[in-house]
Write a protein that binds this ligand. Structure first.
Ligand code: ASP
Length: 347
């Protein structure tokens, strides 16, 4: 087993960086867990207090469930899957139950998971009948020689693998349906005004979500292994068949022996800039700290091109970085005292 050292945290650049080391007489393994529930541009005034409370409570519940696995010696992969499943089952998030609708009025879900210790990964894209896409992503990783299965064949694979399947109507929620109707109305209005100054988004490209949604988790287990996972319904009004960054290894999810990342935001930008991989690569090749690497990508590369979103990331020292360039990113993590914390807006 990799020898664990209790290292002093180098210069803390941001209050959102934390490290946890459980000390029970001597050097004991560190575990860490970070979870997100999506990034968006809604301000604190746009979010009813009661809804904020429910989102934070669900994130805390998922964090606790994953953390329990880690503290009882379980694997990072188990913790990530468990955490994300709980969020997929909640209509509060844009993943599993509660996924957003495509322009065609369907729900098409994407998910991925990566085991950094083994450099193994699995993903599903555009699935419509798998209750927990993250479980299917894991099954692709563990039971096939492939990384990504898409569409109806991925639905079939999950059913054959004995995973729980549902009628696609399971994913319907009134709130997401209304969001689609509002978007359709807006598109119609913009088209009828035929504005000569129309933005690229008014021509049908998906716009960044202003609500929370996509979910993700990154875990460090007591063996020093890092895993990361992400699950989403994508973006409201996305084109039928569109696949975002969440199931793309290196874009929305990545983990290796030193670093793990789960992203949320306008997926096309995260794919073009290989965001999750780039963060880990900057640590490895430039010798940046986790926080420096995450910040330079999210507030540097992505912001320069207008890529809205954020990431959660963990390294093998148990540092966590939660960085976003949007107004909010719903998130939960374990702080340096082992205290669970949740937040949505900037602190
Ligand atoms: N990244 C997701 C996608 O583009 C959406 C999100 O994170 O809100 O599909």
């Amino acid at each position: 087993m990799k020898k664990k050292l209790l290292l002093a945290i180098p210069l803390c650049l941001c209050p959102l960086t934390a490290a946890y080391s459980s000390e029970s007489g001597g050097t004991t393994p560190k575990v860490a867990l970070a979870v997100h529930g999506g990034a968006g541009n809604a301000s604190a005034e746009d979010l009813p207090k009661e809804r904020e409370t429910r989102i934070r409570a669900k994130l805390a519940e998922a964090l606790e469930a994953g953390y329990e696995i880690l503290t009882s010696g379980g694997s990072a992969v188990d913790a990530v899957e468990r955490t994300i499943r709980l969020l997929e089952d909640s209509p509060l998030f844009n993943a599993g139950k509660g996924a957003v609708f495509t322009a065609a009025g369907t729900n098409e879900l994407d998910a991925s998971i990566m085991d950094g210790a083994k450099m193994e990964a699995g993903a599903v894209a555009g699935v419509t009948t798998i209750k927990n896409p993250i479980a299917a992503a894991r099954a692709v990783m563990e039971r096939t020689e492939h990384v990504l299965l898409a569409g109806p064949a991925a639905n079939d694979f999950a059913a054959d693998a004995g995973l729980e399947t549902v009628d696609s109507s399971y994913f319907f929620t009134e709130r997401r349906w209304q969001a689609l109707q509002e978007r359709i109305e807006r598109e119609k209005t913009e088209e009828s005004t035929k504005s000569s100054r129309a933005s690229p988004r008014s021509s049908g490209a998906p716009e960044p979500s202003t609500h929370f949604g996509t979910v993700g988790a990154v875990a460090l287990d007591s063996m020093g292994r890092i895993a990361a996972g992400t699950s989403t319904g994508g973006m409201t009004y996305k084109r039928h068949g569109r696949v975002g960054d969440s199931p793309i290894i290196g874009a929305g999810t990545y983990a290796n022996g030193e670093c793990g990342v789960s992203a949320t935001g306008h997926g096309e930008y995260f794919i073009r800039h290989a965001v999750a991989f780039d963060i880990c690569a900057r640590m490895r090749y430039l010798g940046l700290s986790l926080l420096e690497a995450a910040t330079s990508v999210v507030n540097g590369t992505l912001m320069e091109v207008g890529g809205d979103g954020g990431v959660i990331a963990i390294d093998t020292d148990g540092n966590t970085a939660l960085v976003f360039n949007t107004r909010n990113m719903a998130r939960a993590w374990i702080d340096s005292n082992g205290e669970p914390r949740t937040a949505i807006f900037r602190q």
